[in-house]
Structure formats: structure tokens, C-alpha cells
Design a protein around this ligand. Structure first.
Ligand SMILES: C[S@@+](CC[C@H](N)C(=O)[O-])C[C@H]1O[C@@H](n2cnc3c(N)ncnc32)[C@H](O)[C@@H]1O
Length: 280
């Protein structure tokens, strides 16, 4: 049956060119790493949602500074952290070493140049979180033996948090997608459906959170933003909107949520698993 709507074309039209190139991500790596530290609460929930097994191999496509890869490492046998950005992977290596994690293997490669079964082995589970790698959904599917998970922000994103913190100080970095409807996950769901993949959709808590004893330590925790001295007052007022009193100190919080699209591969018999309502 032909599809009335070309979802792949719609996705291409709403994507920002250059978003899957290394330069922009290299330049943002230090900041990305900093924001990653503020997401550890939510990241734990995300890892839990991946249904990992101790003897699994996990492929993290567009792994960045290792937010998910490093948190998942203790739950699986081996993680391949694939990323086009050398700076992101350098941060990942540093963090893995500092945490004594030895089973995360960085793979410096563009998803465009990855060939499953050639320079990229099949892994038990594949995850692509906030990753431009969704331009090739077939490759994500081919790279997985058991399951694929795609995650996108469905509430305030890292970019929106960053834009609010640097408001009046710097001009914001470009957006991954023009703000078109339908939004990213709806496009991905429909592209998967057109490929014959019945994805499940879950919404999971996300966001940024950290407790500080006082305002000065909160500001100091953002030194990686490298705010010029002349702009510190503006930064303080930008940051204050995310701080609230808690336990004698201050809690930074930006609550958000993410959407997880996921599917499992065909059962070994060749029969795809039936949706739950048809199962005994
Ligand atoms: C928004 S970050 C997400 C990082 C991580 N998955 C997370 O959830 O924190 C996107 C990452 O995808 C990487 N990336 C962008 N285009 C890519 C490509 N063509 N191949 C591999 N990685 C890519 C970037 O370098 C960046 O590290």
C-alpha cells in the first residue's frame, strides 16, 4: 500500500542542515558535558527504562559526553559509544577514566559512515537519545539484535535551558529543527510505521536538578559556561529563576519529560511478537 504522506520527506524538510556534522558539537562539548552532570537523576531513570541485561552489548548512537553510556555501563557487559565529535568522545573518555569504568568503548564515526556488519557490529540494544542519527532509522534497526530506543525531549529541552541561561549574554545556538508541527517524535513514529515497525511510545520524566548550599556555589558550578566577568550579574538573574530554597540551601530544577519510541526485533522464529492484547 502506498503512503499518502511522505514522512521521510517531511522529516528532511524540517531538519536543520549541518546538525550531524562534528564542528558544532566539538565547540559545544564542554558545555554539553556540564549540562550532563545536572541530569544524573533523570539519566538513571532513562537507563532503567532500557530494560538492559548484564550480558548485553549496548550501542549508544550520538553518545555525546557519555551521559547514558556511562550510566548504563554498570548494567551491561559492553557499551559502544559512537559519536562524530572527537571533543565529545574526549570528554566521555575522561569521565569514564575518572569513574573507573572500563567497558565503554568510544567509536569516532559519523552515523552516515557506519556500515552494520562491516565497521559496526550488531549490538543487543541500540539507543539514540537526542541524536541526529534518527535520519537513518533503518540503520538503527539493523544495528540491533533485540531492541532499539529513541529518545527526544517532549518538554523543555537542554537547548531551551541553555538559551534561558545565556539570554542577554550570547546569541543562542541554532535549533535542531525548525519549530514545525508535527513535532519530532510524531515524524519518527510515522516514518517507522511506514517501514512496517510498530513502535511503542512512553513518556518519561526528564530535566535538570542539583542542590547547592548557597547561591555562590550554584554560580560556581556553571564555570564551564565561561560567562565573561562583565555579564555575571545578568547570568545570576538568569540562573535565579531556576533556584528555589530547599533543605537550608538552594535546589536548581527545570522539570521536563522525554518521549521514548522503542521496538523489539522479530522473535527468533521469525514471528514478530504480537501486541499484548493478542497474547494469552
Ligand atoms: C544532543 S547530543 C546527545 C548526546 C547524548 N546522546 C545524550 O543524550 O546526552 C547529540 C550528539 O550526537 C552527535 N552526532 C551528531 N551527528 C552525528 C552523526 N552524524 N554521527 C554520530 N554522532 C552524531 C553529536 O556529536 C552529539 O554528541
Amino acid at each position: 500500500m502506498r503512503n499518502l504522506i511522505d514522512w521521510d520527506l517531511l522529516a528532511e524538510m524540517s531538519a536543520t542542515p549541518g546538525f550531524d556534522q562534528a564542528e558544532m558539537w566539538d565547540a559545544f562539548a564542554r558545555r554539553y558535558e556540564g549540562y550532563g552532570r545536572l541530569q544524573s537523576e533523570a539519566t538513571r531513570l532513562h537507563v532503567h527504562a532500557l530494560g538492559l541485561r548484564t550480558d548485553d552489548s549496548l550501542l549508544d548512537v550520538g553518545a555525546g559526553a557519555g551521559r547514558l553510556s556511562l550510566a548504563a555501563a554498570r548494567h551491561v557487559k559492553r557499551v559502544t559509544a559512537l559519536d562524530v565529535s572527537g571533543e565529545m568522545l574526549a570528554a566521555l573518555r575522561r569521565n569514564a577514566e575518572a569513574a573507573g569504568i572500563g567497558n565503554v568503548h568510544p567509536l569516532h564515526l559519523s552515523w552516515r559512515d557506519a556500515h552494520v556488519g562491516d565497521n559496526l557490529p550488531v549490538h543487543d540494544v541500540v539507543v539514540a537519545a537526542r541524536s541526529p542519527a534518527t535520519f537513518d532509522l533503518r540503520k538503527l534497526d539493523a544495528a540491533a539484535r533485540r531492541a532499539v530506543y529513541i529518545m527526544l525531549f517532549a518538554g523543555p529541552s537542554l537547548k531551551e535551558f541553555h538559551d534561558a541561561l545565556i539570554a542577554g549574554i550570547e546569541s543562542p545556538p541554532p535549533a535542531a529543527r525548525a519549530r514545525l508541527q508535527p513535532s519530532g517524535h510524531v515524524l519518527i513514529f510515522n516514518r517507522l510505521a511506514a517501514m512496517g515497525i510498530e513502535a511503542s511510545v512512553n513518556y518519561v520524566p526528564d530535566g535538570f536538578s542539583q542542590w547547592y548550599p548557597d547561591q555562590a556555589s550554584a554560580i560556581a558550578d556553571f564555570e564551564w559556561l565561561e560567562i565573561p566577568a562583565a555579564q555575571r550579574d545578568r547570568f545570576r538573574s538568569n540562573l535565579l529563576q531556576f533556584l528555589a530554597p530547599e533543605r537550608g540551601g538552594l535546589r536548581l530544577r527545570l522539570a521536563s519529560r522525554s518521549v521514548m519510541l522503542w521496538w523489539t526485533k522479530a522473535a527468533p522464529s521469525g514471528q514478530p511478537p504480537l501486541p499484548p492484547r493478542w497474547q494469552a
